[in-house]
Design a protein around this ligand. Structure first.
Ligand SMILES: [Zn+2]
Length: 175
């Protein structure tokens, strides 16, 4: 499947071009890099409204408060589900099962991510701070009863998005 193809089909979310997705992924990357400066893991996400304007930004907080989960919960507190169905959550990396599940329950209509989980796993290894789950976000979101659009990965962004991860993780196998 081409990286920009939608598996789930059309929904209520307003169209977003590939270039717009890339710009939003880069905005999420700024948040991810800022998270490290503040002592957190290098993950970031943004919520984009139907007019393609960024409504919220969120970096990683801790092991159970990932950027996307935290952002989806804040979004669900701030906006009605009908509006969130027209919104997009954009993340630097492919979301874990917890985050994809929260995006689903928050009723956010589209999910865009930069690099795939397997690329992160190759860097985090068995680091106890990030025992990455090897489970595709499309598998989680595709198991629900509503068709949330999924776009990603964007291989042309992989190098710049994974840069903050390269020296961050210390797998025991490499220690
Ligand atoms: Zn997560």
């Amino acid at each position: 499947m081409p990286p920009n193809e939608t598996r789930s089909g059309a929904n209520a979310a307003i169209g977003m071009t590939r270039n717009q997705m890339i710009a939003h992924i880069r905005a999420a990357d700024v948040v991810a890099r800022d998270s490290v400066v503040h002592g957190h893991h290098p993950f970031g996400a943004v919520l984009v409204g139907p007019d393609n304007v960024i409504l919220m930004r969120q970096g990683n907080i801790n092991t159970v408060r990932h950027a996307e989960t935290e952002l989806a919960r804040r979004a669900a507190d701030a906006y009605p589900p009908e509006f969130l169905w027209t919104c997009t959550l954009v993340s630097t990396g492919e979301s874990c099962a917890m985050c994809a599940g929260t995006i689903y329950w928050a009723n956010i209509g589209r999910f865009v991510y930069g690099y795939e989980e397997a690329k992160l796993l190759a860097l985090t290894g068995d680091d106890p701070e990030n025992p990455t789950m090897h489970l595709a976000a499309r598998t989680v979101l595709g198991s629900g009863q509503k068709k949330i659009e999924v776009h990603g990965p964007f291989p042309e962004l992989e190098d710049e998005l994974l840069a903050p991860h390269r020296d961050f993780w210390k797998p025991r196998s490499r220690a």
